[in-house]
Design a protein around this ligand. Structure first.
Ligand code: SAM
Length: 246
């Protein structure tokens, strides 16, 4: 079973959305499990303090290295080979490739930061991998942990209805996904593209691929450049126009 342990000062926020829909059902079915650990249970004073003022001064508070280390050691002793992640806007941006690698492993231990962040010494001492979910600042790591766990859980075998649905999604082959349509055939004067109702599977696949390439080129020049650098194959007819943004 894939196991997620989350260390947080707000354990009551879990499972939150992870208790609903695909992830919730998968947890009920024993495909994965979630443990939310209260960091305050690992404090040693009667106030259950987990933070203190920053060395060198400045605003806010910092999560203490000793309390966090005790919590990590209790949740994931040395024999536990799950990666230890720290949610952090400073971290390496989370990608679908990293999510897929995490989903293929035994699970994750996720530390949720709060306040100004965590004492730097525990990051090295407990080998924490800093992970960011985007270039913006959240109030705490709980939502980031949920995002990361949700992205992993939906890739676990047996979670998604159709095995194919993961393989064709955005990022799975370095491209954004093509557009989707469903009934009605005409919506406010707009038809479903004729190729999609032609019944010609080859043409449908070629159209989808061309649209995936177009959207990636237009919306995400960074992904498009990486796709080209990796030798991406083009079935859209013409090679993409050389643009200044790559
Ligand atoms: N002082 C920190 C900085 O400037 O980098 C921001 C701390 S933030 C208010 C509190 C916590 O929220 C962080 O320690 C981290 O755990 C979490 N967090 C905030 N933004 C995040 C992001 N983009 N990705 C992952 N975690 C984030």
């Amino acid at each position: 079973m894939w196991r997620a342990s989350v260390i947080t000062i707000f354990p009551e926020t879990f499972p939150g959305p992870l208790g609903a829909s695909l992830a919730g059902k998968a947890r009920q079915n024993g495909i994965w499990d979630l443990q939310a650990v209260d960091l305050r249970d690992h404090a040693t004073d009667r106030h259950r303090s987990v933070d203190d003022t920053p060395a060198g001064g400045g605003p806010g508070m910092v999560l203490r290295a000793d309390v966090l280390a005790r919590a990590i050691d209790a949740v994931a002793p040395d024999a536990d080979d799950r990666p230890r992640l720290l949610t952090s806007p400073r971290g390496r941006p989370l990608t679908q490739a990293r999510v897929a690698a995490l989903a293929a492993g035994p699970g994750v231990v996720v530390v949720c930061g709060r306040f100004e962040g965590v004492d730097e010494r525990v990051i090295a001492a407990r080998n924490l991998e800093e992970v960011s979910i985007g270039d913006y600042v959240l109030s705490g790591g709980e939502l980031a942990a949920m995002v990361l766990i949700d992205a992993c859980v939906r890739l676990l075998p047996g979670v998604m209805g159709k095995e194919a649905s993961g393989a064709e999604e955005s990022f799975s082959d370095g491209l954004l996904e093509y557009p989707h349509y469903t009934r009605p055939q005409v919506f406010e004067g707009q038809d479903i593209p004729a190729v999609l109702v032609s019944g010609d599977h080859g043409r449908v696949a070629a159209w989808r691929r061309a649209e995936a390439e177009r959207l990636t080129r237009e919306r995400r020049p960074d992904l498009w450049a990486a796709f080209l650098a990796a030798g991406g194959a083009h079935v859209s007819g013409a090679m993409p126009k050389k643009t200044t943004d790559g």
